[in-house]
Ligand binder design. Structure first.
Ligand SMILES: [Zn+2]
Length: 539
């Protein structure tokens, strides 16, 4: 009786405590660069709405991504571990100890997430801890990137006869089967949510995916043949055993024509994302139907990431922004479509802010706005390398420096000149909500006096699949004065780039061959050596 009474009292206390907790709304604007905000020094004001939130909120102005692009950065944001920890980022957050959504769920929050991009979907375990996690993927990109990132290197090895047909089929049977199973899950979710796919007939293709799985199990050679012949258009022939010459001819003709037109103007885009407006709509639907308190919502916007796939849109607000931007920029074009997408997302954030206010959600919520990495868009120009997208080159400031904004203003003080990075994001969220620290998290809250902020770290294993054993490892270390990128080949640590980011903030002048900054370079070298030991300790 006594214990029972106590337990009951405790439960009541927990419930009351949580009732008073604020909701957390995370808006992740994929690929938003810090230097494209006026707060980051941009000469054009593209983001009046974000600026308003920023003015009444808290800006963490020296904040960095632990890697670029999405697939590399996301593990750090979600699980407060570095991209190359736990054998790397091929399987997203599958092997990481804990995600922030799991912690919030354990603490009684209702958890809702929505992603509009394939690298952050269920296939990579980003739904961990979310009661509802909606994958509004662009199926074209999903199929294409799977080939590019997960299968391309093995297929090339097979074509070059570096691996046998049997070995290739074995790899395909495992990796492609996983992809097909995830595709089936995504298709089912589209049906359940009653959402229409923009470039993939979900109903029509469902049975074809099942047939393709059967084909892969019983006749993997046919599947391999399709990959070799059609490359990333393989998904047009799901479940098909025989493809007639007429179909072949027609497809090639159609796709060539499409490419030729799109090279001039992107009239028939293959990529079709769910736009910010539609994503916010999903949140509104969730709030209307579920309305549980407190909640944690993760909202992922992909518009800025996809800005270069510019399509002509005939909406009033789009044309208004286009004309406005032409005048703001005085008809200067470098990075124009990127800026246009930023303006567009800012408009939608303004509207969402109004919605939160009107529905009395804002007063009970903390909004966090951040980005996962930047991308190339206008200034500064960078030298080209042999790869079209060379991830080993994506450590410049425009790729790794990202905004982090909390709204309303947080009532606790922190040193805003200190450096922080995305591994600190989840611990900061926990701290803001007075939740216990999580042992699986490697970062620390920005309010933690003991947080190490001397050097921030970004890393990857270059383009394509993550492979710590066989590929070069790239580590980028940055403090307030210098940045060094190391290229590590067979455990041999070599400085590749050294920049004085105070004197040369655009990183145009590589000092690697000079003797400058010797003390710091030694200190950084030891840091890199230690980091490498940790990376290898997992594999
Ligand atoms: Zn991204």
């Amino acid at each position: 009786m006594y214990i029972g009474y106590h337990l009951k009292k405790k439960v009541q206390f927990v419930e009351i405590m949580h009732f008073n907790n604020k909701n957390i709304i995370i808006i992740l604007i994929d690929a938003l660069r810090f230097d494209k905000l006026t707060a980051g020094g941009y000469k054009y004001n593209l983001t009046p709405n974000i600026n308003k939130l920023l003015k009444e909120g808290t800006l963490v102005k020296n904040h960095f991504a632990n890697g670029c692009p999405t697939s590399v950065s996301f593990p750090a944001i979600f699980s407060s571990t570095f991209p190359l920890d736990y054998k790397g980022y091929n399987e997203g957050v599958k092997n990481r100890p804990k995600t922030f959504a799991e912690v919030f769920k354990d603490n009684g929050y209702d958890t809702f997430g929505i992603t509009s991009a394939h690298p952050s979907g269920d296939h990579f375990f980003y739904n961990r801890g979310f009661r509802i996690y909606e994958n509004l993927l662009d199926f074209y990109q999903w199929f294409r990137q799977n080939l590019k990132v997960l299968l391309r290197e093995d297929l090339t090895r097979y074509k070059n006869k570096d691996i046998t047909k049997n070995e290739m089929i074995e790899l395909l049977s495992k990796n492609y089967l996983n992809i097909l199973n995830s595709t089936l899950k995504y298709v089912n979710q589209f049906e359940e949510l009653d959402v229409k796919s923009k470039n993939f007939n979900v109903k029509k293709n469902k049975s074809k995916i099942i047939e393709e799985i059967e084909l892969l199990k019983n006749n993997p050679e046919i599947v391999l043949k399709k990959f070799i012949e059609f490359d990333y258009l393989y998904y047009k022939f799901l479940g098909k055993k025989n493809i007639s010459n007429l179909t072949r001819y027609f497809l090639k003709y159609k796709e060539n024509l499409r490419t030729r037109i799109n090279d001039i103007i992107n009239l028939f885009p293959r990529r079709k994302i769910y736009e910010a407006k539609e994503i916010f709509q999903r949140f509104k639907r969730y709030f209307l139907n579920e309305n549980k308190k407190p909640f944690l919502a993760f909202i992922h916007l992909f518009d800025v990431h996809e800005s270069k796939n510019f399509t002509v849109k005939f909406s009033f607000s789009y044309i208004k922004n286009l004309i406005k931007l032409l005048f703001i920029r005085r008809f200067k074009f470098g990075g124009f479509v990127y800026d246009l997408a930023v303006m567009h997302v800012d408009d939608e954030i303004g509207k969402f802010h109004e919605y939160l206010k009107k529905n009395e959600i804002l007063e009970n919520s903390i909004v966090a706005i951040t980005s996962d990495h930047g991308l190339k868009a206008g200034f500064p120009p960078r030298p080209k390398t042999h790869l079209r997208t060379d991830l080993s080159q994506q450590f410049y400031e425009e790729f790794i420096r990202v905004p982090l904004i909390f709204y309303p203003k947080l009532d606790r003080k922190f040193d805003e000149n200190k450096l922080s990075s995305h591994i600190d994001f989840a611990p900061t969220l926990l701290d803001i909500c007075n939740l216990d620290k999580n042992e699986g998290f490697k970062g620390k809250s920005i309010f933690d006096q003991n947080r190490y902020s001397g050097i921030v770290l970004s890393e990857n294993t270059g383009s394509g699949i993550c492979d710590i054993i066989n590929k070069n490892i790239y580590l980028c270390l940055r403090n307030k004065r210098i940045k060094i990128v190391y290229e590590i080949e067979s455990k041999n640590i070599k400085e590749r780039d050294v920049f004085d980011i105070v004197k040369d903030p655009n990183e145009f002048n590589n000092l690697v061959k000079s003797n400058l900054h010797e003390t710091e370079r030694n200190e950084f070298y030891n840091f890199a050596k230690q980091r490498l030991e940790t990376i290898y300790s997992y594999v």
